[in-house]
Design a protein around this ligand. Structure first.
Ligand code: MG
Length: 240
């Protein structure tokens, strides 16, 4: 059922075969149901700093680093990048509102999928543009035995952030695997762009308000309607 799309990607890239040894997971919207809170925190922080921004812009920018999101708005409004002080002030405000938005729930079936993958001796990496302390610190509690320093790439490791391929290339370097041995799970168009630009087979999970077509158009080989659907089909994908 999925082998056609997987073969298409492998052939396009001239890879020998798809033989998954690691799965790279995005965090926001994949492991945590955090996007609503991120979007509204960004809107508040930007608007209070005199910058036009809507929740919809928040979803469009998902995956970018905070610095890149702020610069994007500055270039539109002021025709220049933000200074370090401006970036720091706005990101601090955004983080404050995000933290105040209460406890972030995990995405249903995210932990179940991670534990299933671990039991199959397939490696797991986190690849996120986020530097949000509460979520990063909560990973060990919410997804026990999965994440440590050695298998994480966060906002603190990257210069460019998504949609640049850098975060996924760093993870690929850490894993010491070939690109055809890796699969990516992403929920955002810019995240899918980043992963496919790094040459990786990408599965889209649609956990937000987007039309699933957007994820296909960004380069996802397979798109699932939420994590449960991916969990239910896991065996078929991995043994395609
Ligand atoms: Mg995401």
């Amino acid at each position: 059922m999925f082998s056609e799309q997987i073969d298409k990607f492998i052939n396009q890239k001239n890879y020998p075969a798809f033989s998954p040894k690691a799965v790279f997971f995005d965090m926001d919207g994949v492991l945590y149901d955090s996007m609503k809170n991120h979007a509204s925190a960004w809107t508040r922080a930007m608007n209070e700093s005199g910058l036009p921004f809507t929740d919809y812009d928040g979803y469009l920018n998902e995956g970018r680093t905070g610095a890149s999101t702020i610069d994007g708005v500055f270039v539109k409004v002021h025709g220049r990048n933000s200074t370090d002080e401006e970036k720091e002030a706005i990101y601090k405000l955004k983080s404050k509102y995000f933290e105040a938005s209460g406890k972030t729930e995990t995405i249903p079936f995210a932990n179940e999928l991670l534990q299933k993958i671990k039991s199959q001796d397939i490696e797991i990496y986190l690849v996120t543009g986020s530097g949000q302390a509460t979520l990063l610190q909560g990973l060990k509690e919410h997804f026990p035995g999965i994440f440590g320093q050695e298998n994480m790439v966060t906002a603190f490791d990257v210069k460019h952030g998504k949609p640049h391929p850098e975060p996924y290339l760093i993870a690929l370097g850490k894993s010491k695997l070939n690109p055809w041995e890796v699969m990516v799970v992403e929920n955002a168009p810019l995240g899918v762009e980043s992963a496919t630009a790094a040459g990786l087979l990408t599965v889209g999970v649609n956990t937000g308000p987007l039309d699933p077509k957007v994820l296909h158009d960004s380069g996802a080989s397979l798109v699932f309607d939420g994590m449960k659907e991916l969990y239910d089909n896991w065996h078929k994908i991995i043994t395609n």
